[in-house]
Design a protein around this ligand. Structure first.
Ligand code: SF4
Ligand code: SF4
Length: 88
């Protein structure tokens, strides 16, 4: 399982969330909070370490944590790295 920050996206389905607060209370990175509507929402998505707690323990299956495509990381690496070598 990936443990690096900024490699995940956290999705919450508000229609399924009953606002129990389990995800908010136990997220190790304080990624989530209960909004004014009483439903969970993402406030610091970049801090997610992909521990999976929220997704596995939400009693209503209202959270999904997805790993971002690695292509973004390759693109960042390419920008910081050397220019591509011409093909022989
Ligand atoms: S654990 Fe699930 S139902 Fe409870 S607040 Fe979080 S998203 Fe909503
Ligand atoms: S996967 Fe872990 S770190 Fe990410 S939002 Fe859920 S509980 Fe927090």
């Amino acid at each position: 399982m990936t443990k690096k920050k900024e490699l995940t996206e956290v999705f919450i389905y508000p229609d399924w969330c009953k606002g129990c607060g389990i995800c908010v209370a136990f997220c190790p990175s304080q990624v989530l909070e209960l909004g004014p509507d009483g439903k969970a929402r993402v406030i610091k998505g970049k801090e997610c370490v992909n521990c999976g707690f929220c997704e596995y323990h939400c009693p209503d299956f209202a959270i999904v944590v997805k790993t971002k495509p690695l292509l973004k990381n390759y693109a960042n690496h390419a920008q910081q790295g050397q220019k591509a070598q011409p093909q022989k």
